[in-house]
Design a protein around this ligand. Structure first.
Ligand code: FYN
Ligand code: ADP
Length: 588
């Protein structure tokens, strides 16, 4: 475990008789360990190959991927799941660029992540003299990250890593870039001084207590509400505020709507869940409490027809309470009447304290109307699910997944695609917090295998990844990674032969397939078999059920190729209105 050069791996390369020196490699490793970072996600290569070897030698877990984007996504979701920054390690220029999508996605989603990339020689890069993988990485990363730092001297490694950790997890979490030039790793310094320069970050994400007057303002607004609604976002899941949120919902009796990654914060079967009455409660509500959810596109920016406005940009008349750690989030889309700034646990606790033990329930007419609409939609859904269509469609396949997830509430669910995403979100109930991870704020495709790897590693639970056949393609090579680390991941590909569906034709009538169509009847399960995992071809619900259940039982990496009716999908799933051509047509 020693980091003293003379007692460590010869791979350090630079040791002499200097028994009491330490190099940059080991300072980085020790700084990470000192701060409780036990896993690195990455892809070795110049100049970080030895860093990955030495980190493993020093007891860190190093998970090596086949493409940096997947390693980056893995690190970011590790950050979401643990509340500690997930670390991704890449080589310079091209590897760094491959990691940037994940860094930007982490920042957008408020996931704490640190992208550490090796870089080429500063002097040559800055004079643009044509170094190996020359690129001004710090400048490129800056606009995509919450913060970006470069360390040039071994004695600054401790500060650099401490700053990266604080930036990633304090306040609104996000992606941080840390630039480590190749020369830094080989620098040495006196070992005792080196260790003394490292910083163990104290209280990296301090609680943020809301102002009492902000809490009172919110309570006054809520007290007058006739049709109150709570919207739970993934910020509440990240904040691990499920106990406080449950008390808030149950003490007030206010119906709540979970955003996609907040599903399971309270069990989706909770009597106050209004998920099945979404299009009723949003326009009808008069006071809406946003708890770690932004009024972005996923909530139609808080206005327009979704909210009962007459036209696309009209205010629906709702008043908003917004609980968020970021003071600048309020008023980003519509007026926020009562912003409550602080961490969600502290804010909700303060609201509860201000309410006292007895708080008036919402009027019965409101609750009854919501429950009536909800019951109607659930009954309609049950009818559709019971149809057992052959060939399988999204509903008959998800009917199976729904039962399996219900029977395995600790399993993680990864979900991406268009129809595969939208149908899974509304059909598969989640029973526990932070079990569902998906395309998030951007609707990004390609998170699948990276998230699946990290979900398995960070939670130790089995993972079910429901993947559209297109979405899977972005990270499909990582099935080798699943096999290499023998991870308990069951990938289920909803294979309908194309993007959205498999029936599109070449509009020009030529021999090429339509841009949205794939090779018909592709045998994706053989990809998993190629690396020693289990492949399953499933054309019926019974085969799908057997395949997934066996994967959960065996904990072996498994890929189930679920054959779906190629006519089953709709263009862009439930967000067809975002297509430029569709947007020209009047939307419901
Ligand atoms: C939900 N619903 C249910 C249930 N849960 N019905 C019965 N039972 C249950 N349990 C109903 C709900 O009331 C809605 O019907 C419908 O199912 C869909 O619910 P959802 O998913 O909550 O709502 P909706 O309208 O799809 O949500 C809007 C959205 C969502 C923007 C938040 O679409 C979303 O998260 N989209 C992400 C899309 C994405 O990122 N795609 C990737 C790019 S794909 P109604 O109330 O009747 O409306 C590239 O092409
Ligand atoms: P969703 O997509 O589920 O609606 P968003 O990503 O839009 O969720 O919103 C999450 C919000 O939660 C962000 O505005 C972020 O600032 C906030 N947030 C993240 N962590 C915390 C925390 N610990 N306390 C309070 N707010 C938080």
């Amino acid at each position: 475990m020693s980091a003293v050069l003379s007692t460590t791996s010869p791979a350090a390369g630079s040791q002499t008789s200097a028994a009491a020196t330490i190099d940059g490699f080991h300072l980085v490793i020790e700084a990470l360990k000192l701060n409780g970072i036990g896993t690195l996600y990455g892809l070795p290569g110049i100049p970080i190959t030895d860093l990955t070897r030495m980190a493993q030698g020093e007891g860190l877990r190093v998970i090596a991927f086949r493409h940096e984007q997947n390693a980056g996504h893995a690190a970011s979701i590790a950050g979401f799941l643990t509340g500690r920054p997930g670390v991704c390690l890449t080589v310079s220029a091209p590897g760094f660029l491959n990691g940037l999508t994940a860094l930007a996605n982490a920042t957008t989603n408020c996931f704490p992540m640190i992208l550490i990339s090796g870089s080429s020689e500063r002097e040559i890069v800055d004079l643009q003299q044509g170094d190996y993988e020359e690129m001004d990485q710090l400048a490129i990363a800056k606009p995509l990250a919450k913060a970006a730092f470069r360390v040039l001297h071994a004695e600054d490694i401790g500060v650099g890593i401490a700053r990266a950790i604080r930036a990633a997890v304090s306040g609104r979490p996000g992606g941080v870039y840390l630039d480590l030039p190749a020369k830094l790793f080989a620098q040495t310094m006196e070992a005792a001084a080196g260790r003394a320069s490292l910083i163990e970050v104290v209280d990296p994400a301090p609680r943020q207590i809301p102002a009492p007057e902000a809490v009172q303002r919110a309570l006054e607004l809520l007290r007058g509400a006739k049709k109150p609604l709570i919207v739970l976002g993934k910020g509440a899941a990240y904040a691990r505020a499920e106990a406080e949120v449950r008390t808030l919902v149950e003490r007030t009796g206010i119906p709540y709507l979970p955003m996609s990654m907040a599903k399971g914060l309270l069990p989706d079967t909770h009597e106050l869940s209004a998920a099945a009455a979404r299009s009723y409660v949003l326009p009808e509500a008069d006071v809406v409490v946003l708890v770690g959810a932004r009024l972005n596109w996923l909530l139609s920016h808080g206005k327009g027809k979704t909210w009962g406005g007459k036209a696309a940009k009209d205010w629906g008349g709702q008043k908003f309470v917004q609980i968020d750690i970021s003071p600048t989030e309020a008023d980003s889309n519509v007026r926020i009447d009562a912003p409550v700034v602080g961490d969600i646990g502290s804010c909700v606790s303060a609201l509860l304290a201000g309410m006292g033990a007895a708080w008036p329930r919402p009027p019965a007419e409101w609750l009854n109307a919501v429950m009536e609409r909800k019951a109607k939609n659930i009954a309609k859904m049950a009818e559709t699910l019971a149809k057992d269509a052959r060939p399988m469609n999204f509903h008959s396949a998800l009917n199976v997944v729904r039962d399996i997830v219900k029977a395995n509430p600790d399993a993680m669910l990864v979900n991406e695609g268009a129809n595969a995403l939208d149908f899974t979100r509304s059909i598969v109930d989640m029973m526990k917090p932070r079990k569902r991870v998906d395309v998030g704020t951007w609707g990004v495709m390609g998170i699948g295998m990276g998230y699946a790897v990290a979900a398995a590693i960070e939670t130790g639970q089995p993972v079910i990844a429901i993947e559209g056949d297109s979405a899977f393609g972005f990270s499909g090579m990582e099935v080798e990674t699943l096999c290499r680390y023998n991870l308990p991941v069951c990938v289920v590909i909803f294979n309908n032969n194309g993007v959205y569906r498999g029936t599109d034709k070449n509009l020009g009538g030529g021999a090429d397939m339509a841009p949205t169509a794939f090779v018909k009847d592709a045998r994706y399960e053989k990809m998993m078999e190629a690396f020693g995992g289990v492949g399953v071809y499933a054309s019926t619900p019974a085969e799908l059920k057997r395949g997934v259940e066996e994967a959960l039982r065996s904990r072996r990496p498994t890929l189930v190729n679920a054959i779906i009716d190629e006519t089953a999908g709709t263009e862009s799933g439930r967000i067809t209105s975002l297509n430029p051509a569709a947007a020209k047509k009047p939307q419901a």
